[in-house]
Design a protein around this ligand. Structure first.
Ligand code: TMP
Ligand code: MG
Length: 211
């Protein structure tokens, strides 16, 4: 354990069904943490800006078709292409707040009928989240939110299956927050958990790998 590890940033992931409020909560949490003097970057997966990300984006907007297994591997590759930047950013002491990660990768593909264990394999070796904040929302409530249904996976029955696979992945790094509450109540719950994990990463908690 050198000095670097003692100052690393935390890898914090927000997960949840489509329209669970992740993106706005991520933004609010980032500005809260910056207000406390933390260095924070906001990331998201899929990262639609890369060549792989553009293939994924076209697939999600239903402009193109891809084999289920092929698109699963593209989502994973989209994380691998960011792996070294993720690690070097954390080592600089910057906390990453990431909107979706490998847990989305597994839950959405398994919900299509792909084998759960097979889905986990291409994620193996990626940095593991120090904290997963799972925004737990009723799929019917999510579906009533603006612009629902535009992208490929935004269907209530499908989202219900996604939720069951998320539950199957829960481990000690997960905290579930009731996302049926008001925006402010959800934010309050996220803040406490984030502050505490950032502290434990500063005190030397090791960056682990999936899975
Ligand atoms: P977004 O709405 O957060 O941009 O995510 C787009 C969709 O892609 C969303 O329905 C979740 C899905 N998804 C996967 O199927 N696999 C993945 O690895 C990720 C990150 C997202
Ligand atoms: Mg979306």
């Amino acid at each position: 354990g050198g000095g670097d590890a003692e100052k690393r940033g935390a890898l914090i992931v927000l997960e949840g069904l489509d329209r669970s409020g992740k993106s706005s909560q991520c933004r609010a949490l980032a500005s809260f943490l910056r207000g406390r003097g933390e260095s924070v970057e906001e990331w998201r997966f899929p990262d639609r800006t890369t060549a792989i990300g553009q293939m994924i984006s076209s697939y999600l907007s239903q402009a193109s078709e891809l084999d289920d297994s092929a698109v699963h591997l593209l989502f994973a590759a989209n994380r691998w292409e960011k792996r070294s930047l993720m690690e070097s950013t954390l080592r600089k002491g910057i906390t990453l707040l990431i909107d979706r990660y490998s847990y989305s990768g597994v839950a959405f593909s398994a919900a299509k009928g792909l084998d759960f264990q097979w889905c986990r394999t291409p994620e193996t070796g990626l940095p593991a989240a120090d904290l997963v904040l799972y925004l737990d929302i009723d799929p019917e409530v999510a579906a009533s939110r603006g612009e629902y249904g535009l992208e490929r996976y935004e269907k209530v029955d499908f989202q219900r299956r996604v939720a069951t696979y998320y539950q199957a992945m829960r481990d000690s790094t997960w905290q579930t927050v009731d996302a049926n509450q008001s925006v402010d109540e959800v934010q309050e719950a996220l803040r406490e958990a984030a502050v505490s994990v950032i502290q434990s990463c500063k005190s030397g908690a090791e960056l682990l790998r999936l899975w």
